[in-house]
Design a binder for this molecule. Structure first.
Ligand SMILES: [Fe+2]
Ligand SMILES: [Fe+2]
Length: 287
């Protein structure tokens, strides 16, 4: 089945709490495909807000950022985004942030916000870039030190702490649902055809643990271009990889009044992961 048709909204919105459009890894460089621009603009009447899971640009250069702003300024739907590793490659990061914010993009970076939808529902959002580091089972903490270089470990922990404080902040506020937006993955279950040797560059277990320690309804990430869309944290929190190479374009999720995530049936179908990853999980090598 075409992944995108599975994500198109179906039925009426009467039983839906709210709808989110999501996309990641646009990697804008010199031009935007007319199809992509059209699809993003067409979201306006369909969703409560759009989240962008990072790698908006190829290299964070100002002409690329200006191109992104031109695209995003034409979208009436509120836009909430995190930056990806490619966006952080540019040297003029402050200018990049200002330009994106001026184009109407709300950037989250270890921070949180509550978005009030037109139907009055309040959605708490926590956003962080995240980092690599890899996925390891909790019962063998020594492996963490062995596997991670010190610099990667420090940054992975720092980003996990920033996510934790953003979620702690949200826990004090009133919201009907909580959505986490990040660039890196908190789970191997959305890494699809990515080679296990690359996992350490794609995300880490700490992020998944922080999520599972909080009340989170949905996690949206990108970065794993060869991954798959549907997954979950070890604790069962729904995770969606929205890298455009995976989804083919913006996708729409419905967060329903009973806290289930549409359009999939609830409870979620078993997560399918690649056989080599499944073997590593069974051997206790990854989580
Ligand atoms: Fe990317
Ligand atoms: Fe990335």
């Amino acid at each position: 089945m075409d992944q995108r048709s599975a994500d198109n909204p179906t039925g009426s919105q009467t039983d839906a709490t709210f709808r989110i459009a999501a996309i990641g890894d646009l990697h804008l460089k010199t031009a935007v495909s007319p199809d992509m621009a059209e699809e993003l603009v067409a979201l306006d009447q369909k969703v409560d807000f759009l989240v962008i899971a990072g790698d908006i640009t190829e290299g964070g250069r100002l002409p690329e950022v200006e191109l992104a702003c031109e695209l995003l300024a034409g979208i009436k739907t509120p836009i909430i985004a995190v930056l990806g590793n490619h966006d952080r490659r540019g040297v003029r990061r402050r200018a990049m942030r200002l330009l994106l914010e001026r184009a109407g993009v709300r950037l989250l970076d270890g921070s949180s916000m509550v978005h009030v939808c037109p139907n009055g529902k309040k959605v708490g959002l926590a956003g962080v870039g995240g980092y690599g580091g890899g996925f390891w089972p909790e019962e063998v903490p020594d492996l963490v030190a062995a596997r991670l270089s010190k610099a990667v470990g420090v940054r992975a922990r720092r980003e996990a702490l920033r996510l934790q404080s953003a979620l702690d902040e949200l826990a004090l506020l009133e919201s009907d649902a909580v959505v986490v937006v990040m660039h890196y993955s908190p789970t191997v279950t959305t890494l699809g055809e990515e080679p296990p040797l690359k996992y350490w560059m794609l995300g880490n277990s700490l992020l998944g643990r922080v999520i599972d320690d909080h009340r989170v309804d949905l996690v949206i990430h990108g970065h794993a271009h060869l991954g798959n869309q549907y997954g979950q944290t070890p604790g069962g929190t729904p995770v969606r990889n929205v890298a455009v190479s995976v989804t083919g374009g913006p996708v729409i999720y419905e967060v329903r009044a009973d806290r289930s995530i549409g359009p999939e049936p609830w409870p979620p179908r078993p997560v399918s992961i690649n056989p080599s990853t499944e073997l590593l999980i069974r051997m206790g090598q990854v989580q």
